[in-house]
Design a protein around this ligand. Sequence first.
Ligand code: PHB
Length: 398
Amino acid sequence: MTTRKTPTRRRFLSAAAGAGAAASLLPAPFVLAQTAKVKVGILLPYTGTYASLGHNITDAMIMAIEGAGGTLGGRPVEYVKVDSEADPAKAANNANKLIAGEKVDFLTGPVHSGVAMAMVKIAREEGTITIVSNAGADAVTRQMCAPNVFRTSFSNWQTCYPMGPEMVKRGHKKAVSITWNYAAGHEMIGAFKEGYVKAGGQVAKEILIPFPNIEFQAHLTEIASLKPDAVFTFFSGGGAVKFMKDYDAAGLKKSIPLFGAGFLTDGTLQAAGPAGEGIITTLHYAESLANPTNKRFTAAFKAKTGRPADVFAVQGYDTGQLLVHAMKAVKGDVKAKKEIMAAMRAAKLDSPRGTMTFSKSQNPIQDIYLREVKNGDNVVLGVAQKAVEDPGRGCGMT
Ligand code: PHB
């Protein structure tokens, strides 16, 4: 974690003197405003099952800002990182470190829905402009929505609701779902079930495993004995790799096709190898999307990090793009909060996922793609549902 004090007047004066004649002609407050750093707080997991997600979000967010000249509204940027450990019990403390301790101008992150709810609660009270760069907790853009809270990722509902009809279309009318026992798992299998039942499907059993456990064997034995037509799942990061491998090794993949929220197969396919093949998922992105922005983005991310891009990198990149856009609109004046939020609300981002705008509850409106893993890639089969907007139930701003 980096810490830096606000520049003193003395340090500022010597810096301004060094900057030469042009700067000395400008009124002092203007020069100070242009040299003071913009502090961007980042609360993401850098350890544990979600560590790879945290790294991709961070690296792509910084890449977007560097790509726009490395400044926000003409001012240099200081990134202050805190490892969330994807631990909701530590989330309030960690958010306070950034908001009250570091006095960040913007707060970004987290990955885990439980961490998000604690973080957003504090951000609402303090009024810190916050961009949720992954966690899908539905409440963030429903009951907990606020003018200073934006999300560049998805709501848990949004990614899974469109899968139900797709599975029924394929003739799979009886499913078992399996996921981690916390908000994201509950909301994702709940959204899947909503769409599935509406389309004529039936969920025989919902299996919940404590987060972040990866002991799947007993549950796979139970699935085999239940003999559903298909399985729907949400796992992500290290846990997703283990689940795909165990499902395959148990011999289930051939007899009971595996479906899921696309997080299962994003950023995990290299490690999963053949165990990933044939898995069908829904998500708001696929690395194989053919639009020019995605082509540029995936190449730049690979060149910068040596890793393939994934949905998490895209969300980080769009968080960076949103900061660039809003700070440009106010020419670097972080105090112009109302104008920053207005610029964010009106943003139309040229995202690698396709054009992205915000709903009234400040959640992305986005296409949800149907993807199938073929030769180690998430190949786009089509759009499962166009311009999906979270219902935003309970948000006073809708
Ligand atoms: C979440 O907890 O909201 C979450 C975590 C990992 C994902 C997606 C959602 O890949």
